[in-house]
Design a protein around this ligand. Structure first.
Ligand code: ZN
Length: 155
């Protein structure tokens, strides 16, 4: 795996930073973005004709740099939160792991999920997979041994 690309360019200009903070409601916990929202439910702002997620902008502001290929994750599970103390960068798999911990995934298995399980294993453990897909570890094991949803039949 190559190194994720790191952006260290100039920080946003003062007028962009000012308009960012005008759209933030600070409290003791989460700082909520009250400006424009994207379709995916994240805060959104425009900087030099480029759209930024508000939480990515906030992360960049407080850290001075951002890995373009990595997501910025919320430890508070609040998409509109821009409190940099609640933000960190991680990979998609870490993102899943966090979601699994909070019990976000409830669906049962189907062929595409079985393929996903085969793809994720062993980077994601059988235990974590069973929690992600809300099935027993025995079922995860059966998928991995191609007892269910065999690729050559279903692909
Ligand atoms: Zn938060």
């Amino acid at each position: 795996m190559g190194r994720p690309f790191c952006i260290i360019g100039a920080l946003p200009e003062k007028n962009h930073i000012d308009s960012f903070w005008r759209n933030v409601e600070k409290s003791n916990g989460c700082w909520l973005w009250v400006g424009k929202k994207s379709k995916r439910g994240y805060g959104e702002l425009q900087v030099n004709k480029k759209y930024w997620s508000a939480h990515r902008f906030s992360y960049r502001l407080s850290n001075g740099r951002i890995y373009r290929s990595l997501d910025v994750l919320h430890s508070c599970d609040t998409p509109l939160c821009v409190n940099s103390k609640h933000l960190s960068q991680g990979t998609q798999i870490e993102n899943w792991k966090q979601a699994i911990k909070r019990g976000r995934y409830k669906a049962k298995l189907d062929f595409s999920k079985a393929q996903e399980i085969r793809f994720l294993h062993p980077r994601v453990s059988q235990y974590e997979l069973s929690r992600k897909f809300s099935v027993s570890q025995a079922q995860i094991c059966a998928v991995l041994k191609n007892k269910y949803w065999r690729p050559e039949i279903w692909a």
